[in-house]
Design a protein around this ligand. Structure first.
Ligand code: PAZ
Length: 327
């Protein structure tokens, strides 16, 4: 890098640092930041030497669901980012099965681990009265309910699943920072699997109207600021040794891989999972510095999903990364 480019990138970094600092300074504080930090501390300590295990478990932070951008402080209206939370919920199950402990940073009311096979609408369809007027599970759902209860209870009882909910972009980024800084002690044994759909634009808290915006004054003009990109600070400062995977969603297949490759390089991710909105449940492409790896759902299996081969591959890559870091 010549000196002109070096100073240009230093200036860009400095600008980003200032933007990030001012984002966190102007953000409404989390309701229970101390409580979240305590839960994380206990979770990480427990999984560093779990009873009956010779070594500590690896810990992955799975993020999922879309962040909202409030348009009023006492929020009635907001802008949302699309994500059902399915990717994160399914991946969490596979990470736990592979021996990981999972910090599940998820959007409230989106898909939850172990609930994928239960009816969403209406959930009550699962239950019925028997002859004695007691409630029982509908026979057609009994296997799914048995599995959901068994796997979920086991994950919680073994101390492998910590759920942290968010709604707004303000909550999400503050939580992500707390989680990353708590996981720093795990070094290369930590992984970030960043599948959440994070807003690119927001209205800074101080510029928001306090009360519901009134429609009587006609059309609405609103200036949205860019959300500072936190991925580079996650890599550089919050958890520099962690294995980091981000996701890139596009609707135009022509630009998908190029955008994923740009994110890989710009934010120094270890891998970027590229997916297209319409085909995201069938196939994804893992973009790495050593080439691209396509991953498909096994269509010959009735209940298969793309998360299973994806997580298997990433666990394998993480192991290689840990071995490399240890030597
Ligand atoms: O949550 P979901 O299963 O409906 O969708 C997953 C996804 C498409 C939100 C995720 O795979 C993803 O690409 N997240 C990053 C989105 C982004 O580019 O901001």
């Amino acid at each position: 890098m010549d000196s002109v480019n070096a100073s240009e990138s230093e200036t860009q970094q400095l600008t980003l640092d200032v933007e990030i600092e001012s984002f966190f300074e102007s953000t409404p504080p989390l309701k229970d930041s101390a409580g979240v930090q305590k839960k994380l501390h206990d979770f990480i300590k427990f999984n560093s030497s779990p009873p009956g295990c010779e070594s500590g478990r690896r810990v992955v932070c799975v993020t999922c669901g879309g962040t909202t951008v409030p348009l009023e402080q006492r929020c009635v209206r907001y802008i949302d980012n699309f994500s059902s939370g399915h990717r994160g919920a399914a991946s969490t199950e596979y990470f736990i099965k592979a021996g990981y402990a999972v910090v599940y940073l998820h959007r409230r009311e989106t898909c939850q681990p172990y609930c994928r096979y239960l009816p969403e609408d209406p959930f009550l369809e699962c239950f019925e009265f028997n002859k004695e007027s007691s409630i029982q599970v509908q026979p057609s759902y009994s296997e799914a309910v048995r599995r959901a209860i068994g796997d979920h209870h086991a994950a919680v009882a073994e101390g492998r699943l910590l759920k942290i909910p968010f709604t707004t972009i303000f909550e999400y980024l503050q939580m992500l920072r707390i989680i990353a800084m708590s996981m720093k002690v795990l070094g290369s044994h930590a992984m970030f699997y960043l599948a959440a759909a994070v807003s690119d634009f927001y209205v800074p808290w101080k510029s928001l109207a306090e009360h519901k915006i009134q429609s009587a004054s006609g059309s609405l003009d609103m200036q949205l600021a860019q959300v500072p990109k936190m991925l580079s600070v996650l890599r550089k400062e919050w958890a520099p040794l962690a294995f980091c995977i981000s996701f890139k969603l596009e609707t135009d297949s022509k630009i998908l891989l190029e955008k994923a490759d740009m994110a890989l390089k710009k934010y120094k991710m270890h891998m970027v999972v590229a997916n297209e909105l319409l085909t995201r449940k069938e196939e994804v492409t893992i973009v790495t510095n050593n080439g691209n790896i396509p991953v498909h759902r096994d269509k010959t299996q009735p209940c298969s999903d793309v998360e299973q081969p994806l997580v298997e591959l990433l666990v394998h890559k993480h192991s290689a990364y840990v071995d490399d870091s240890d030597t």
